[in-house]
Ligand binder design. Structure first.
Ligand code: VGL
Ligand code: ZN
Length: 234
């Protein structure tokens, strides 16, 4: 009775069924690991720190050897970027405003191009990383997703790149679960990829319930929620 209850609860929470987990998920040469925004700005000590953000680094490093293809993203803002609260008089970080393309959360100044704050975390070990997508470099437009900017018009070209390389399945990791990871994973589904988010290889900002909302939206779009232990790395 207890075991049955535990299994049901785990499944309801989005866990992988045991039989599947025992087999493990094995990335193949049509798979890519996407490492989202693991930068100094998003780890403790950075300008927009995500709690426990640095803890994703060893998890991602352990997964990396299982992937022949790795794509990295880097939040890469201009000074005075439209997503910065400091660009508006009377606005504070974590308030919102309305821009031409819709609602925009306003952030502390973060990940400014060329600064040490915007550099990738120095402990990342990604031998097969082959492409870095920089995003948020248009001063007036934010970009959480690695596929398209927040105007929902300007594409980065990542979908075309991955398709040209024969990639079918994406494993998304990094920061932050409820913003850049979620938007990247959902746009990946829209572009036709199989998408897993590896939960323990992400950490969240969790602003006003944004984490729970992001998982609901991702799940509704067919994003699969897994743990790094579900993946066979050997
Ligand atoms: C991100 C807020 C602002 C992210 C980037 O990487 O999730 N969040 N810029
Ligand atoms: Zn940003």
């Amino acid at each position: 009775q207890f075991l049955l209850h535990t299994a049901t609860a785990a499944l309801a929470a989005g866990a992988t069924p045991w039989a599947f987990a025992a087999d493990g998920i094995k990335p193949d040469d049509k798979s890519a690991l996407i490492v989202v925004d693991v930068q100094n700005c998003f780890v403790p000590g950075g300008t927009l720190p995500v709690q426990g953000g640095d803890e994703v680094v060893p998890v991602i490093n352990r997964l990396a050897p299982a992937f022949a293809n790795i794509v990295v993203t880097q939040d890469w803002h201009t000074p005075g970027h439209a997503s910065f609260a400091s660009s508006y008089s009377g606005k504070k970080p974590f308030e919102t405003t309305v821009l031409k393309y819709g609602n925009q959360v306003l952030w502390p100044d973060h990940c400014v191009q060329g600064t040490e704050d915007a550099a990738l975390h120095k402990d990342l070990k990604l031998p097969t990383a082959q492409l870095i997508i920089r995003k948020g470099f248009n001063k007036g437009v934010d970009s959480y997703s690695a596929f398209e900017e927040a105007d929902r018009k300007t594409v980065t070209g990542l979908a075309g790149y991955l398709k040209a390389r024969g990639i079918k399945t994406l494993y998304v990791t990094g920061l932050a679960t409820d913003f850049c990871v979620a938007w990247t994973a959902m746009d990946a589904r829209k572009a036709g990829f199989n998408v897993y988010v590896i939960e323990d290889a992400t950490r969240a900002i969790d602003l006003n319930g944004s984490l729970e909302a992001a998982w609901k939206q991702m799940t509704a779009k067919g994003v699969k929620r897994i743990q790094s232990s579900d993946i066979t790395t050997a």
